[in-house]
Design a protein around this ligand. Structure first.
Ligand code: FNR
Length: 186
């Protein structure tokens, strides 16, 4: 059987992003059970219908990555009780048909959502908004388990690296659940 491919979309462009570190921890836990591709999308322009067709090269690249993935795992920060604009911009690009005969690439893809924040919310509100959006785009959302990690500062080492002490088992649980969720649809 073909190896599962998961693309991780991190809703933060920050170099030391906690959410990026969370994605890398998930990658490590998955090990050789799946290909785990951290999608880089800093070069995607702001959506502007004047430049939509033909799609910019950066957009073509991320669309191909998503298209060839068996599952998409979102790792989102919370900005003002919402998910960040960079993530909305990326999803807006991905939500558009590639051409007259090729539909958008997100429809039907299994999706998981996680997030970590320094505050108390653990990104729960941002995740709820993201679920609304990706459900509208007909993604197949794994609603249970989702992972919300509050108080990130309590899980850092002295260099600011995320150790995921108490949250580790929950991430492990979500990794296993998402691999099962995807496998059932292949
Ligand atoms: C934040 N932050 C934040 N945190 C939170 O828990 N709830 C919120 O509503 C917000 N709002 C917010 C707005 C904006 C514009 C910024 C820049 C930040 C703090 C945020 O959670 C924190 O910066 C995280 O570290 C961002 O995630 P990454 O970059 O570490 O993955």
């Amino acid at each position: 059987m073909k190896k599962i491919k998961i693309s991780a979309i991190v809703g933060s462009l920050r170099k030391d992003s906690f959410n990026r570190q969370l994605a890398l921890a998930a990658k490590e836990l998955i090990g050789d059970r799946a290909v785990f591709n951290l999608l880089e999308y800093q070069d995607i322009p702001l959506m502007n219908q004047d430049i939509e067709f033909p799609a910019p090269e950066s957009v073509k690249r991320v669309r191909e990555e998503v298209k060839s993935s068996d599952g998409i795992w979102f790792f989102t920060p919370e900005y003002n009780h919402f998910f960040p604009g960079v993530l909305k911009n990326l999803i807006d690009w991905l939500s558009r048909p590639v051409s007259d005969n090729e539909p958008q690439v997100l429809a039907g893809k299994p999706a998981a959502i996680s997030g970590i924040s320094p505050g108390m919310s653990g990104t729960g509100l941002a995740q709820d908004h993201l679920v609304t959006l990706i459900s509208f785009l007909n993604m197949n959302v794994m609603n249970v388990p989702r992972l919300t990690i509050p108080n990130a500062m309590q899980q850092l080492d002295s260099d600011g690296k995320l150790l995921l002490k108490s949250s580790y088992p929950y991430l492990e649980n979500q990794v296993n659940a998402f691999l099962d969720f995807i496998a059932k649809q292949m």
